[in-house]
Design a binder for this molecule. Structure first.
Ligand code: GLC
Length: 422
């Protein structure tokens, strides 16, 4: 079923989707009402960190009050030490999926996971603030976002190089991206082995009670991941600019310094001279995880990427039909990687994701990056292709990069990001 969308049309559809995924109730844990948008209306019915940021960016176009409320609701789940979890379980629903227990500290009823996700909320808050300079909102949320960034620096940067380590594949937001089986030393495709490989870090982390220091010291999963760090850097810049709005020059300068140091480290250490692309680094030895995925292109989103690096990403990789320039780009895994699977991972009954399909949220980063660095025609072309995919297949969770067929969840929250791109 094809549908042609205008800007107003996508806004109406987004409103309908986000309303349809809304959950309202009372949390006995916080002794307060909760109200949040879940990514989808089945299975993913909790509140996720970076999904919340994407939803808020979309909402900032037509319901600024709701956008602010989404962020504030998520921040109710922040831990006392500043840590922001990747999922908050507002509702009591029993039983939770088994993975919930491994991603959390030992508890009969975990309230949040013990892992995090790309720290995107500051970017969403800046988008909101640009449209509605509400100083009180900023005063409420900014210190909380800053605390999470400081938590990451304090607890997830054991080698003090300003690159943040993730301790589970799911912290990247790209759960079963082949990069993570590569770092676990498994190049095969045996379905049950893969299920285990992708959960192994969670199982061990749970066993070590999510003590970051111990986990990173043991080095079984210690990944300075490209996309996560790009988001960390640009979010630090958002925090800095927002502190400037609050006339807090010292805090602003501090976050700018962090962003610059982290960016410099990323652009030098993660850049592979031979392949002219970025790779995540793993283990204490900072070995390059040499698998070309969409994450390898996300440094386009960085303010400080050099012209040379940006050009190489665009001309050698993004526009290469053997790699990322499929009919419906940008695939999550480069076509010339042995792991690439454009379908809904049939071998794994759709249980593994980020194995090749195109996702709207990673397209959003790439499009923003292209616009930043003077590739506006290409950005427009990619927006067009993204819109066609949505018109043909609806607001799905992800899409076949060759046929545009939509997969998994329908009316998926962040696929409404097209609102922000048109
Ligand atoms: C999947 C995605 C993750 C997302 C979550 C909810 O786990 O990999 O990035 O946050 O679904 O949409």
């Amino acid at each position: 079923m094809k549908k042609k969308y205008t800007k107003q049309g996508v806004i109406e559809k987004a409103r309908q989707i986000l309303n349809g995924n809304l959950h309202i109730g009372f949390s006995r844990w916080k002794n307060a009402p909760y109200r949040y948008i879940a990514p989808a209306n089945r299975e993913y019915t909790y509140q996720w960190l970076w999904d919340t940021a994407f939803h808020a960016i979309v909402l900032s176009h037509f319901d600024i009050g709701w956008a602010k409320a989404e962020i504030k609701n998520f921040l109710l789940g922040q831990h006392d030490n500043g840590f922001l979890p990747h999922v908050v379980y507002w509702k009591k629903r029993f039983p939770l999926a088994p993975w919930v227990y491994f991603e959390s500290k030992l508890s009969f009823w975990p309230r949040t996971t013990a892992i995090t996700q790309p720290p995107l909320l500051p970017i969403a808050v800046e988008e909101i603030y640009k449209k509605d300079p509400d100083v009180q909102f900023l005063k409420d949320v900014l210190p909380k976002l800053a605390n999470h960034h400081m938590w990451l620096l304090e607890n997830r940067d054991p080698d003090r190089d300003y690159l943040i380590s993730i301790i589970s594949p799911n912290e990247s937001g790209m759960d079963e991206l082949p990069v993570f089986q590569y770092v676990m030393g498994y190049a095969g495709n045996n379905p049950s082995k893969l299920q285990y490989i992708f959960r192994k870090a969670d199982i061990l982390n749970h066993r070590y009670s999510y003590r970051d220091k111990t986990i990173l010291e043991k080095d079984y999963f210690n990944v300075e991941e490209v996309l996560f760090n790009c988001v960390f850097i640009e979010s630090a810049r958002s925090i800095a600019r927002l502190y400037t709005m609050l006339k807090k020059a010292k805090e602003a300068a501090w976050f700018t310094r962090v962003a610059n140091r982290s960016e410099k480290a990323l652009l030098t250490k993660m850049w592979d001279k031979k392949d002219q692309i970025f790779y995540s680094l793993y283990k204490k030895g900072e070995l390059p995880a040499r698998v070309k995925t969409v994450a390898s292109l996300i440094p386009l989103f960085l303010d400080g990427i050099s012209k040379k690096q940006a050009d190489a990403l665009v001309t050698k990789h993004l526009l290469n039909p053997e790699e990322f320039w499929t009919t419906y780009p940008v695939p999550s895994v480069s076509k010339d990687e042995s792991y690439y699977d454009p379908g809904n991972a049939p071998l794994y009954r759709g249980k593994l994701i980020w194995r090749g399909p195109t996702w709207i949220n990673t397209n959003w980063f790439i499009i923003r990056g292209l616009q930043k660095h003077g590739y506006s025609d290409l950005a427009t072309e990619l927006i067009k292709k993204t819109l066609i995919m949505i018109e043909q297949s609806g607001f799905r969770e992800y899409y076949n990069p060759e046929t545009g067929e939509g997969y998994s969840h329908h009316d998926f929250g962040w696929s409404t990001l097209i609102v922000d791109l048109l």
